[in-house]
Write a protein that binds this ligand. Sequence first.
Ligand SMILES: NC(=O)c1ccc[n+]([C@@H]2O[C@H](COP(=O)([O-])OP(=O)(O)OC[C@H]3O[C@@H](n4cnc5c(N)ncnc54)[C@H](O)[C@@H]3O)[C@@H](O)[C@H]2O)c1
Length: 413
Amino acid sequence: MNPKESKILAIIGQGYVGLPLAMAAVDAGWTVIGIDNFEAKVAQINSGKSPVEDISDNQLQTALSSGAYRSSTDFSSVATASVITICVPTPLDERREPDLSLLQSAAKAIAPFVSNETLVVSESTSFPGTLRDIIIPTIDSLKPIDSLKIYFASAPERVNPGDPVWNQKNTPRLVGALDAASQVKALAFYESICDVVVAVSSPELAEAAKLLENTFRLVNIAFINEFTQLCATSGINVNEVIDAASSKPYGFMPFRPGVGVGGHCIPVDPLYLTWWARQNGQRAEFVETADSINHAMPKYVAQRALELVDSSVTKPRVLILGVAYKPGVGDVRETPVSHLRNYLCAQGIEVAWHDPLVHIWEGSEPVELEWECDVAVLATNQTGMEIEGLIAKGVQILDCTNSLKKQPGVTPL
Ligand SMILES: NC(=O)c1ccc[n+]([C@@H]2O[C@H](COP(=O)([O-])OP(=O)(O)OC[C@H]3O[C@@H](n4cnc5c(N)ncnc54)[C@H](O)[C@@H]3O)[C@@H](O)[C@H]2O)c1
């Protein structure tokens, strides 16, 4: 068989996006090489220990022992692949601007080994033009033979780690390719893995749609965080307001307040949009305002929590419950709880934390729930945290998650 008709997939980056994609592709009959430049992670994966919550050790071990999957640090193995997907992080730099260095280094690392007729897809989130203006020129300038035909597409990943319903298979996938031939190849690839594939007219359209989706969440969360502060001043429970408004069958969608936004997507991707706007001589003012409202939330939460401390206490002790950016994952990237803790510590307050899915965080270890505190802040409601014990003990709890409804000692955000 022509190797380019083979079902060999190389995935660059074996994290929250790349590893679940690998398992979905194995299920769909692909042989997958999961490439990552982090040696310890590759060793962990090959030993059958999954680094992400959405993939169980059992599922990983089955894929490894079937021979359909292996992880590697060796980029030359992309030569055998008919499809290469890039799933590396696209973070912000210290100026809070797009940092495409990992994406560029991934493109550079695969370029010398890409063979004729390979489809290269970027799944990483970035601003419109990333595939056409950055990835393609990088690969074209370093590919082994000038005349190689390589197909290109952008298919931004939409996975929601920890989601029990939506996954790589049943979440519709956007595909925007460079040209008609690339589109045929890219649609065929994703149709083999996903239930629904949505063809869009260009890579830029797919890239922009991804930024729209995540910015939509950022601004709505910011709006509800601001609305929460307006309600709290008048003693109105914002979550009851949201429940009431949700009875409207059209034109309303509920978003819940919290400590802020975290993870690798919602706090980051909208800043790719604001940066892109600036490159085009414009300003995404609305998005910038939303970003600053969310950034101010940890301080607001800290102040609300301290209001619950008995006035006789001179040196309050605060216990933070849940530090991952959302329930069901141990991912602490960009977690707003970090700003909450920093703000409290800067006030000279003793702060400890507990999270069953996080074993070490910013150089500190969790405490048991028995840790004596004057107030607890439920920042992320992880399963397995026995908060009932704290309620029974009469601990004051500020609930930022709307999950401890109307229990004694519990104050909603
Ligand atoms: N995590 C999410 O919920 C999510 C959802 C949708 C889209 N995305 C997007 O997907 C992309 C990947 O995010 P993630 O959450 O999977 O990141 P991750 O950090 O979980 O995994 C990325 C992996 O890539 C590896 N890596 C980094 N640079 C590399 C390189 N040059 N070559 C090979 N491997 C490299 C890292 O070691 C890491 O294992 C980002 O653009 C992100 O915005 C993430």
